[in-house]
Design a protein around this ligand. Sequence first.
Ligand code: PEP
Length: 252
Amino acid sequence: MREWIVAGNWKMHNTVAESIALAKAIKEGSTAIKNGEVIVAPTFTALFSVGEAIKGSKVLLAAQDMYYEDKGAFTGEISPGMLKDVGCTYVIIGHSERRKYFHEQNNDVNLKVKKALFAGLKPIMCVGETDEEREKGVTQDVVGRQIKEGLNGVEKIEDVVIAYEPVWAIGTGKVATPAQAQEVHAFIRGILKNLYGGSTADDVRILYGGSVTKDNIGDLIAMADIDGALVGGASLKADGFLGIINNISGKK
Ligand code: PEP
């Protein structure tokens, strides 16, 4: 049985004080929720304080990225050990904004996923096609390559979470239809079955991301292979984020 996940990616938003306030509101609003996992991913500068603010609650801490070395002369980078040190359980890897603005390739994503697992962090590996790629009909080629190359050499998939985030749906208000999302999620699970076997692949959480709100999550989560959401914009206000959680909780 797969446990749902709702993860909030706060991107480059919020001061430390604003992050703590948001984290506390999410913590308080999710106390009654029994199943599933709630994750928040603040900026690096707020990780420690948010980690302290959510201690003892059901909310887990994630980073938005990491580097694949332990330490050394890598100005501006952060190691998996440093993320563990401030209380991270999860780390988002290969978000489309990292791929687009910072030129991350599948190979970088792969090195980061393997390093995160080795360090005891759970990677949320993001994949997804652009508008142009969908229009050309190559969605499965692109996503298939991202999955296979991103997981190359990963022997144990249990601690990996996949986020399918069509790039055209991120921050645009243009959410994928439940059928469009389910089609790609089922395709991804099919690849995982080939790579890791049926029962293992059946346990992997595949999240949908792209303009998720409390109003559209109900139809998305009803799909067989959608196990939760990675949320950007709607995770920046406690009400909106808790609304998504409440509309998932008890339905999966
Ligand atoms: C994201 O950036 O991962 C995301 C899904 O953003 P939004 O919810 O704003 O589309």
